[in-house]
Write a protein that binds this ligand. Structure first.
Ligand code: HEC
Ligand code: HEC
Ligand code: HEC
Ligand code: HEC
Length: 116
């Protein structure tokens, strides 16, 4: 029984430290402002999203854990090679999920994200 308790303690510490590392690495609120030809920038609760979604790779689909880059490092103002534009990458990933949100709290209208 004592051995089991020790093992559990070790497991709990391991699980807890992973959680802390991941959370510490995720920026809080960020303003996405890479391309402003027409629309104002988008303020985005990055950490709240990461905490809800849990899987960083849901958005950071090309990056190893702990090596997350900005989408704009690959998704430029215009399509570049296989990488679609920043606008298309964002709209597909962000609006794609928002349109499926049963609570309707996730914005799907232009000015719900692009706020002046
Ligand atoms: C879920 C959030 C979201 C919604 C809803 C949304 N967008 Fe965006 N859009 C973004 C993000 C994020 C970017 C990237 C902005 C950047 O990098 O500066 C973007 C980029 C753009 C761009 C390219 C930047 C520019 O100014 O040329 C255009 C144009 C655009 N959106 C138009 C629209 C229009 C029109 C609608 C409504 C039909 C809309 N968006 C709805 C999140 C959203
Ligand atoms: C809902 C999609 C989404 C999820 C989930 C997400 N991120 Fe992000 N993350 C983004 C976007 C979009 C940016 C770029 C913001 C910008 O353009 O400034 C970003 C930027 C970052 C950056 C800054 C990169 C740089 O070079 O400035 C880091 C680090 C990061 N994310 C880590 C994480 C980690 C760790 C997790 C999981 C705990 C996570 N992200 C989950 C969308 C997401
Ligand atoms: C290291 C480069 C790189 C980074 C960083 C990156 N992407 Fe991508 N992305 C690509 C490439 C290349 C494709 C083309 C299809 C493929 O290879 O998966 C793509 C495809 C996509 C697609 C599918 C588009 C479609 O219409 O099929 C979405 C959505 C997307 N990326 C969103 C994002 C978001 C959101 C981020 C940031 C959180 C991001 N990407 C970061 C390279 C990248
Ligand atoms: C996997 C699902 C999912 C993805 C991907 C996602 N969102 Fe959201 N988003 C949500 C949900 C759910 C809410 C509503 C949260 C609440 O209950 O208030 C939300 C709320 C928001 C809000 C309004 C509240 C706030 O946080 O300010 C903005 C703005 C927003 N998202 C922007 C974005 C942007 C920009 C992206 C892409 C980089 C994105 N979201 C990707 C699920 C998602």
């Amino acid at each position: 029984m004592r051995k089991f308790a020790m093992l559990m303690a070790v497991v709990m510490v391991a699980v807890f430290s992973v959680g802390v590392t991941v959370a510490a690495n995720a920026p809080g609120t960020v303003t996405i402002k890479e391309v402003q030809k027409i629309k104002p920038p988008v303020t985005f609760q990055h950490k709240a999203h990461a905490d809800r979604i849990k899987n960083c790779a849901e958005c950071h689909h090309k990056d190893a854990a702990g090596k997350e880059q900005k989408c704009f490092d690959c998704h430029k103002a215009e399509k570049t090679g296989a990488a679609v534009s920043q606008k298309d990458a964002m709209h597909t990933r962000c609006k794609g999920c928002h349109s499926k949100d049963a609570t309707k709290k996730a914005p799907t209208k232009c000015d719900g994200c692009h706020k002046k």
